[in-house]
Design a binder for this molecule. Structure first.
Ligand SMILES: Cc1ncc(COP(=O)(O)O)c(C=O)c1O
Length: 467
């Protein structure tokens, strides 16, 4: 008979055998009906060698997850089977966002970790999706986007950057920016090509570059200003450098690249014939300065892929509608990869995305003023709790130094914060090639309603003692 107790593990870290055994890499064991979280972490895991531990620095976070997609299992009739994953992905673990969001549920913690709003997207966009479904726009879309969305992207880009582009030849609609990043990298990067990244970085960059066989070179942005060390960038460039992958406004730091920094990057790229992949998903969440697309700088459009999506701007992160803008010769490579990754993305949501992008200016103004108010609550709250809060000009994130609270590193701090305080933040060490560089920093998001932000601050004020 199956045992009545079910445990939840993340599917990337384990497999269930047909006979309901749970296996963990590289060894296996059988689930027993006891306090899983404590006993496993203290007594059982130390016996096993997990390659992931090194990177994440905490066995509990890397391997024990309360997954919302869990399965009830029996503990009987085990047959050990090794976990299977291709070498190119062996070193990667479950994304930190999945891990933290799962732990938030498990501990009833307020989730200021993963960057998804806890409020809904605008009615007019949802209505447009419903209308498209009713209008039978439900079959495969054209591979590179429904014409209406390609046009809306081009119109928006002209308004924002001043650049006039051909919606048919220079816009590729994808399943979120994540797919746009993947199609760009897989479509344009050869094995052995060098790609420069700014650390900390959004976690899909490293994994996707790894899938493409790229050689990654990291340039670290350091607090307090996270400015770009141009000399380091210069010396990282070699004859094998194919691209620079950048992100402004920048997740996790909230840094926005200044015109001077963009000009310096641009001149290095032009001089050395390097492509730029510019992830601008937070372009509409720029508070302290205007966002500048590097594609709009002289000589840059022809070597730039501008990546964006609907999720952050319209609080619809679950829709996963994104796009890549690039000149036709570069678009060719992106579309080749996109054709065989997803081919096309959700048809009715594309129609709704077109309606969203044509929102009046007042929508974008309101979005910003709402976020300015939320940011104020969180930043002032975090300061009053005792954190050193680094300046954030854009995105819905702030990075803080947690060391006043006396925990060993960012992972230990986040673990303490979830279990003892009831608030989730994201440890930043996972966003660096060298995790040591992020060990003093954690990221909070303010894409939550004001009440939630205030409650999180209150919990921290009450339960987080300074050491
Ligand atoms: C910098 C950055 N790029 C891309 C994405 C993914 O965007 P999408 O949800 O459209 O795939 C995110 C999501 O958090 C992000 O922070």
């Amino acid at each position: 008979m199956p045992h009545p107790i079910s445990f939840r593990f993340n599917s990337n870290q384990c497999i269930w055998t047909p006979s309901h055994k749970m296996l963990l890499r590289p060894h296996y064991f059988t689930l027993k009906p006891f306090n899983l979280f404590q006993t496993f972490s203290k007594n059982i895991f130390p016996k096993y060698k997990f390659t992931e531990i090194k990177r994440i620095g905490s066995l509990r976070f890397s391997s024990i997850m309360a997954s919302s997609e869990s399965t009830a299992v029996s503990t009987q009739n085990a047959t050990p089977q090794p976990l299977q994953v291709a070498k190119r992905l062996e070193k990667f673990k479950t994304t930190i966002f999945t891990q933290m969001s799962s732990l938030a549920i498990k501990h009833g913690a307020i989730n200021l970790g993963q960057g998804f709003p806890n409020f809904d997207g605008p009615e007019f966009v949802k209505e447009a999706a419903i209308q498209a479904i009713r209008d039978s726009k439900n079959q495969y879309a054209r591979g590179y986007g429904v014409p209406d969305l390609n046009s809306a992207v081009a119109e928006r880009f002209k308004k924002d950057s001043g650049l006039i582009i051909d919606p048919e030849k220079e816009v590729t609609v994808t399943s979120g920016c994540t797919e746009a990043i993947a199609a760009t990298i897989l479509g344009l990067i050869n094995p052995g090509d060098e790609v420069i990244l700014f650390a900390p970085f959004y976690d899909s960059y490293e994994a996707t570059l790894s899938m493409a066989g790229a050689k990654i070179k990291g340039i670290t942005l350091r607090p307090p200003n996270f400015s770009i060390p141009i000399d380091e960038l210069k010396s990282a460039i070699s004859k094998n450098t194919r691209a620079i992958l950048m992100n402004t406004p920048h997740n996790p730091t909230g840094k926005m690249f200044t015109r001077e920094e963009l000009e310096a990057i641009a001149s290095l790229c032009i001089e050395n014939d390097i492509l730029v992949f510019s992830d601008e998903v937070y372009d509409k969440l720029s508070f302290e300065m205007d966002h500048i697309s590097i594609a709009s700088l002289p000589g840059m459009y022809e070597r730039t892929v501008t990546l964006n999506s609907l999720g952050k701007t319209f609080s619809l992160t679950g829709w996963k509608i994104g796009w890549a803008i690039a000149p036709p010769n570069i678009t060719w490579g992106i579309r080749q990869a996109h054709s065989y990754l997803t081919f096309a993305t959700s048809t009715p949501m594309q129609y709704a995305a077109a309606a969203a992008l044509r929102a009046p200016d007042s929508y974008y103004e309101e979005l910003k003023s709402d976020y300015v108010a939320k940011k104020k609550i969180l930043v002032e709250g975090l300061k009053s709790v005792g954190f050193t809060v680094y300046p954030s000009s854009g995105t819905y994130f702030v990075v803080v130094d947690h060391t006043p609270f006396g925990l060993d590193n960012d992972i230990a701090f986040c673990e303490y914060l979830i279990k003892e305080v009831g608030v989730v933040a994201i440890p930043t060490s996972v966003f660096y090639l060298n995790p040591e560089e992020g060990k003093n920093l954690v990221r909070f998001t303010f894409c939550k309603d004001e009440g939630t932000l205030r409650s999180a601050v209150e919990r921290m004020k009450e339960k987080l003692p300074k050491k």
